[in-house]
Design a protein around this ligand. Structure first.
Ligand code: ADP
Length: 506
């Protein structure tokens, strides 16, 4: 802009040649041209214009620049003259600067009238006594900032609409004050009037007594230093009239560099109907499996007798083959039924443990032999060669049958399975590694849920999605831990650890 000003033919303007310009104008121009802040100067009674390089982009690529230089303001800005003229006049008259923030002043640039937002101030520049002086505008275009703000507002409105449409409660918990704010729906569910912050104690009071401790513990765990911040819990709330609602809360805490939680927010969903449906399904499965148990038990007994008979009495070879087939299928049926009965037991809190002392490594080796009668899988044992534990033999066997069974089932092509048993002073850890299909990392958190199957609608692998759920319950009952690491295409490692001897689990 300095060069353009020097090259401009000023004699054709009311300002005349630069040699006659006042010191005040020269100083103001020098300040302007050396500044990276957008500035615009109207000088003399004709309000002849100057601007700096920083202002230049606001004039667009196909519009007022470079014509605006040396032009009379009124000629340059017909579209906004009614807005800015009174402001300029007032500044000139009173000497009081003006201030406007994020004001919409559409200007003609890029071949069209564009909406543009500005934050600007006009201030008077005095000249030598008796001379008119001018008005300096220091401004910045805020169109982008205003648009971003609008976009955020739109996104917020859309989110609010989605929350509304999905019938969700939302909450934002302050980990410092232990108070939270919630949307109207959440307040209604918790029976809260007014819109002040809600204390955690109020939320706990609205939670039914049986769920209170679990809910408080889940909040504490999500906020704990070093936790992943995830919060997911189903609990029941009750309003003053005694109406109950089952809700599922999902949220996440965020932590600062020191590991202290500074934000914890999420949603609340009414899952009453879903839970009732689940309860009815469970009830049906419970009744159906109990009803099936008696005929299947007597069928098993009959088939076993038949098996003995075909060995001792003369009968056709075909008979023996079919009786064996019937027996094998009956065993599969019994396994499935056992899984269903186990689920019922777990839900009714009746999964009792029968603790005895046994060699964990021996149990695992026996289990592998039974599960792999054709010897077509190659089991590799690592770690301890013997390890005595106090646990429920049958239940731990059930876990091993499930983990090894899955390792076989989900590795149809890779026949190597590595089983490692290690221990420290207090715990035994068993891991089962296969080199099969592996599991998508997004699915991992759900693997131990009831009826969960990664490929729920595929028919490649049969199953009910109960084995891992039951295994996790058995390990939990032993005060142990269970987990998995896996990568699609590279196999999975399922592991569990149990106390070597925990008298509290008897
Ligand atoms: P299922 O009867 O379906 O095998 P489980 O509860 O034992 O039920 O396992 C749940 C799901 O976890 C399975 O459907 C399968 O998708 C996945 N899974 C379990 N073990 C493995 C494994 N070793 N490799 C790959 N996927 C596995």
């Amino acid at each position: 802009m300095g060069r353009l000003i020097r090259d401009f033919n000023w004699e054709d303007t009311s300002l005349g040649a630069p040699a006659g310009w006042s010191q005040s104008l020269l100083t103001t121009l020098s300040i302007m041209l050396n500044s990276r802040f957008p500035m615009f100067l109207f000088w003399g009674p004709d309000l002849i214009q100057f601007y700096n390089d920083a202002y230049r982009p606001s004039l667009g690529s196909n519009g007022k620049h470079p014509k605006a230089l040396g032009q009379r303001a009124e000629e340059c800005w017909p579209e906004i003259w009614p807005v800015i003229k009174p402001v300029i006049d007032q500044v000139l008259e009173t000497g009081q600067p003006s201030w406007s923030e994020n004001e919409l002043i559409p200007i003609f640039r890029n071949n069209c009238l564009e909406d543009a937002f500005w934050t600007y101030s006009y201030s008077r520049v005095f000249d030598e006594p008796g001379k008119f002086g001018g008005v300096l505008s220091i401004c910045t275009e805020t169109t982008e900032a205003v648009q971003s703000h609008k976009n955020i507002q739109n996104a917020k409105n859309e989110l609010e609409f989605a929350v509304e449409a999905a019938d969700l409660g939302t909450w934002d918990f302050n980990p410092v004050t232990f108070k939270f704010i919630g949307n109207d729906r959440l307040r209604e569910w918790f029976g809260i009037t007014g819109d002040e912050e809600i204390g955690l104690d109020v939320a706990l009071a609205a939670t039914i007594e049986e769920d209170r401790e679990r809910m408080a513990a889940a909040v504490a765990k999500a906020l704990e230093k070093g936790s992943d911040g995830n919060y997911n819990i189903i609990y029941t709330i009750q309003d003053q009239e005694g109406n109950r609602r089952i809700v599922e809360a999902t949220g996440r805490a965020k932590f600062d560099a020191e590991g202290k939680a500074y934000q914890f927010s999420g949603i609340l969903q009414d899952v009453t109907e879903k839970q009732q449906l689940q309860m009815r399904k469970d009830e049906f499965i419970s009744v159906a499996s109990h009803e099936l148990k008696t005929p299947i038990t007597s069928l098993s007994a009959s088939v076993q007798i038949l098996q003995r008979l075909v060995k001792t009495e003369s009968s056709s070879e075909k008979m023996a083959t079919f009786v064996t087939k019937a027996n094998n299928n009956l065993s599969k049926l019994t396994y499935l039924l056992d899984d269903l009965l186990n689920v019922t037991k777990i839900q009714q809190g009746q999964l009792a443990l029968n603790i005895n002392r046994f060699d964990l490594v021996e149990l695992i080796k026996d289990c592998c032999e039974h599960i792999n009668p054709l010897q077509d899988y190659d089991f590799v044992f690592m770690g301890d060669e013997t390890l005595m534990v106090y646990a429920d033999y049958r239940r731990i066997d059930q876990v091993m049958v499930n983990l090894i069974g899955n390792a076989i089932k989900y590795s149809p092509r890779k026949k190597r399975i590595e089983i490692t048993v290690i221990h420290d002073d207090e715990t035994a850890t068993v891991s089962v590694r296969d080199f099969g299909i592996g599991i998508n990392s997004q699915k991992l958190p759900h693997l131990f849920d009831r009826y969960y199957r990664v490929d729920a609608f595929g028919h490649q692998f049969s199953g009910l999605g109960l084995g891992l759920y039951i295994s996790a319950e058995i390990i939990n009952r032993h005060n142990g831990k269970i987990g998995v690491e896996s990568e699609v295409g590279n196999g999975s490692t399922f592991w569990f650890s149990i106390p070597l001897d925990d008298p509290s689990i008897a």
